[in-house]
Design a protein around this ligand. Structure first.
Ligand SMILES: *[C@@H]1O[C@H](CO)[C@@H](O)[C@H](O)[C@H]1NC(C)=O
Ligand SMILES: *[C@@H]1O[C@H](CO)[C@@H](O)[C@H](O)[C@H]1NC(C)=O
Ligand SMILES: *[C@@H]1O[C@H](CO)[C@@H](O)[C@H](O)[C@H]1NC(C)=O
Ligand SMILES: *[C@@H]1O[C@H](CO)[C@@H](O)[C@H](O)[C@H]1NC(C)=O
Ligand SMILES: *[C@@H]1O[C@H](CO)[C@@H](O)[C@H](O)[C@H]1NC(C)=O
Ligand SMILES: *[C@@H]1O[C@H](CO)[C@@H](O)[C@H](O)[C@H]1NC(C)=O
Ligand SMILES: *[C@@H]1O[C@H](CO)[C@@H](O)[C@H](O)[C@H]1NC(C)=O
Ligand SMILES: *[C@@H]1O[C@H](CO)[C@@H](O)[C@H](O)[C@H]1NC(C)=O
Ligand SMILES: *[C@@H]1O[C@H](CO)[C@@H](O)[C@H](O)[C@H]1NC(C)=O
Ligand SMILES: *[C@@H]1O[C@H](CO)[C@@H](O)[C@H](O)[C@H]1NC(C)=O
Ligand SMILES: *[C@@H]1O[C@H](CO)[C@@H](O)[C@H](O)[C@H]1NC(C)=O
Ligand SMILES: *[C@@H]1O[C@H](CO)[C@@H](O)[C@H](O)[C@H]1NC(C)=O
Length: 665
């Protein structure tokens, strides 16, 4: 039977479904027995997919086969979208396309409020995308294991979007000599399933839960306590603790974690380096902020939060309710601890459901995701962080917004899933430079601020050097270059969990001269200890007139020390301030000068040229955790000048090529 006849005249098409699939309706693989007709189609089409792989193998490239599968998928999705899940799942399992059948189900299975599968969004994408265009090439590159080479990024010239840059726009305004303080927090990642005594050294994604363990057998005689000193062994932290409504620490009965002989490293009260944050750790960090604010008289004018509330649990342990609960708990904890400090948040790639997905308004699928922006608009307005007109904007624009702070700075908040490679909707009409309308909004706000000499901060979760798609990365970079350094006073990201920075240069990608350094993105460290870092937060002193960053101050605690302190509160301490930490490598940097791109250009060079400075940077990057890479006399260290001096992945790769740099971060 020929496929085309099935689609056009086949008697199987009793009901054509063009509607939008809604969560929690319809069928999952497990619960459904398909009708004979459906079963026939599922077998027929999954065989067709298999044949694309098997036959014609000598004549088609991997890329061509990938595109063919998308074309076949599209023709099915346009008529029988609900069959995409069983067809692609069957194909995936039969041909062992992915690691195991669970991964196949999570990738192609139907999404419901209980199942964090991506199949619904894949089916939606198929109805939208043109597999034979840039869309298909891009999808097969990023989403199908580089089956296609990265398609050439079209030339983009954004200059018609704004008035020409005037000569005064090539220079940042001079700071005054007054400052105010701003808090920057990022990447809380609450682990709702965190349980003391479970495996903190598991062999899966998310340790410290009852659903994960260590698959390796412990060697004879191995025990967690064997290398501890006597006082450490007598003082282990396995007592559940929480803060009551007065902010006082309360304890439950200690847990006997050693009765389970299979555990390598039991999860303890305050956290583990392979786990996300138990709620008590999040509250401890917030309490330490309040404490230092008081003690040092910091009087934060506002706070920025650069995203990620939900944990890194495997997809089959995530669901819609857990997502909402994580978001609500953390914002509630922030509000109850920071009280009247306005918080300007963005959502991260984890703060949506399913993971990383978000559809454009014009795609017709936005209603699958609007609950999130609506919830954020409601919460942030309730907490008095934004007013009702800003909240209205948040609800309708993917949780993005622009606000004027009490210090007359404009903060523009963007949702980075609009450019993230893991969001399937970004493969629809991917040459559209602004399918979410977010860049036009950013440009309009920047033009308005520039016209009244107002300065602007931009906050978003994912740095463009990370998994940002090439077209939005290029668009964003052109916007930044146009409005730097005169209007854009700061760019702030999270996401990497590491304390890092990226310098933006104007001019040719490889012409990274001091004169060309026009802006810098501050990438914040995280509160979550995952991946092998100490929990940390920071604040900035900000020039009152220009809103340039004059200094940064980081605070942290040594997580490993809390394991031997009888569950008493972590000892949050001052870690470093950037101006002092790098004063010997940027000598004579005037007190009156901001820590701007010129300063960080000098720091990046020093990190690149000296193992000692690279060690300093790496210590801070992981906040002195036991997993800091050793730089002196080794090659393991992250001293990548290219990472620090690039703003997009394309720049980074060009830099690596031009400088023949062996160190990869
Ligand atoms: C394989 O190639 C032949 C000849 O080009 C073509 O007729 C056939 O449809 C292809 N099969 C698939 C599954 O693409
Ligand atoms: C594969 O390519 C060769 C040489 O171009 C051609 O002779 C042959 O018919 C092709 N086979 C298929 C199945 O398309
Ligand atoms: C979907 O979720 C239900 C309820 O949690 C579960 O029983 C089922 O196995 C899940 N199905 C898939 C395909 O993950
Ligand atoms: C700096 O501060 C001092 C004392 O507060 C003040 O007298 C002086 O005018 C200020 N200078 C500038 C340039 O604002
Ligand atoms: C001991 O821990 C393993 C995971 O490492 C878990 O599967 C098992 O259920 C635990 N046993 C008990 C009695 O809690
Ligand atoms: C104890 O120390 C020895 C020697 O350094 C090491 O091989 C072993 O892995 C350690 N055991 C534990 C439980 O940390
Ligand atoms: C964690 O488990 C691995 C085996 O999966 C083992 O090699 C390693 O030493 C363990 N580390 C700790 C700290 O328990
Ligand atoms: C795709 O993008 C182009 C360029 O922005 C736009 O003109 C076109 O309308 C878009 N197509 C769809 C289907 O939205
Ligand atoms: C590099 O940038 C400088 C300005 O800093 C400029 O004078 C020079 O022409 C540029 N060189 C190249 C090769 O683009
Ligand atoms: C950074 O500040 C220094 C000293 O005030 C100034 O010379 C330089 O032009 C500034 N760099 C940028 C990119 O604004
Ligand atoms: C246990 O840890 C606490 C907190 O660090 C400390 O005050 C106490 O002395 C320790 N006890 C022992 C027996 O080491
Ligand atoms: C914690 O880790 C740091 C960094 O490796 C180390 O210097 C310190 O001794 C450790 N503390 C304990 C109590 O193990």
């Amino acid at each position: 039977m020929k496929l085309s006849s099935l689609f056009i005249t086949g008697s199987f098409l009793t009901s054509l479904t063009f509607g939008i699939p809604l969560y929690d309706l319809g069928k999952t693989l497990e619960t459904t027995s398909y009708s004979p007709d459906e079963t026939f189609l599922i077998n027929e089409f999954s065989n067709q997919l298999t044949q694309i792989d098997q036959f014609n193998s000598t004549n088609s490239t991997k890329c061509e086969k990938c595109i063919k599968r998308l074309n076949l998928g599209k023709s099915i999705a346009l008529t029988r979208p609900n069959l995409i899940y069983p067809i692609f799942t069957k194909w995936c399992i039969d041909n062992e396309i992915l690691k195991d059948s669970t991964t196949c189900k999570l990738t192609y299975g139907r999404n419901t409020v209980h199942n964090a599968s991506e199949g619904t969004n894949f089916a939606n994408l198929l109805t939208l995308m043109d597999p034979n265009s840039y869309d298909g090439q891009l999808f097969c590159h990023y989403q199908q294991d580089k089956k296609c080479p990265l398609p050439k990024t079209p030339e983009i010239d954004m200059s018609s979007y704004w008035p020409e840059k005037q000569s005064k726009h090539f220079k940042a305004p001079e700071p005054s000599n007054e400052t105010y303080n701003v808090l920057h927090i990022s990447d809380f990642h609450i682990e709702l399933d965190y349980q003391i005594g479970t495996e903190g050294n598991c062999t899966q994604n998310m340790c410290c839960t009852t659903h994960n363990d260590n698959k390796d057998i412990k060697p004879e005689g191995w025990s967690y306590t064997m290398n501890l000193t006597e006082s450490q062994a007598n003082n282990l932290s396995f007592t559940p603790a929480w803060y009551d409504s007065n902010g006082d620490l309360q304890y439950d009965e200690p847990i006997d974690v050693f009765s389970n002989d299979s555990i390598w490293q039991p999860a303890s009260t305050w956290g583990q380096y392979k786990c996300d944050s138990p709620e008590v750790l999040i509250n401890s960090s917030l309490k330490s902020i309040a404490k230092y604010q008081n003690k040092l008289g910091l009087d934060f004018k506002f706070s920025i939060f650069t995203g990620d509330l939900v944990d890194h649990d495997e997809d089959n342990h995530l669901n819609y309710e857990k997502n909402i609960k994580s978001e609500e708990i953390i914002f509630r904890d922030i509000k109850s601890t920071l009280k009247d400090i306005p918080v300007y948040p963005v959502l991260g790639n984890h703060d949506t459901f399913p993971y990383a997905q978000m559809a454009q308004e014009k795609s017709g699928f936005a209603n699958l995701f609007n609950w999130n922006a609506e919830l954020m608009g409601d919460l942030w307005e309730d907490y008095n962080w934004i007013n009702s007109s800003t909240a209205r904007y948040v609800r309708k624009h993917y949780s993005g917004f622009a606000v004027e702070t009490s210090t007359n700075l404009k903060v523009i908040a963007l949702n980075s899933n609009a450019y993230y490679a893991s969001n399937l909707y970004n493969y629809w009409n991917a040459t559209d430079i602004d399918s979410f309308g977010q860049f036009q909004f950013l440009i309009d706000e920047l033009i308005e601020s520039e016209s009244k000499d107002q300065r602007v901060w931009i906050i978003a979760h994912i740095p463009f050097i990370q998994e940002a798609l090439p077209i939005p990365a290029e668009v964003f970079q052109q916007i930044l270059k146009r409005f730097s350094p005169y209007t854009i006073a700061g760019i702030f990201f999270g996401h990497t969990h590491e304390d890092q920075f990226n310098i933006l240069y104007d001019g040719e990608v490889t012409n990274k001269t001091e004169d060309n350094a026009v802006n810098i993105a501050w990438i914040s460290q995280a509160v979550t200890p995952l991946f092998q870092n100490n929990p940390s937060w920071r604040y900035y002193t900000i020039d009152s007139k220009t809103h340039s960053v004059m200094n940064s101050y980081n605070y942290y605690f040594k997580l490993n020390e809390t394991w031997y302190e009888g569950s008493s509160e972590p000892n949050w301490e001052f870690e470093y301030s950037a101006r002092e930490a790098y004063s010997n490598v940027v000598p004579n940097w005037p007190d009156s000068s901001p820590l701007n791109a010129t300063f960080w250009h000098k720091v990046a060079h020093a990190i690149h040229e000296s193992d000692e400075v690279a060690q300093t940077y790496n210590n801070y990057k992981r906040r002195f955790s036991p997993f800091v890479e050793q730089c002196i006399g080794t090659n393991d260290c992250d001293g990548s000048f290219c990472f620090l001096s690039s703003f997009t992945l394309k720049d980074y790769e060009a830099c690596m090529k031009a400088f023949d740099e062996p160190k990869f971060q």
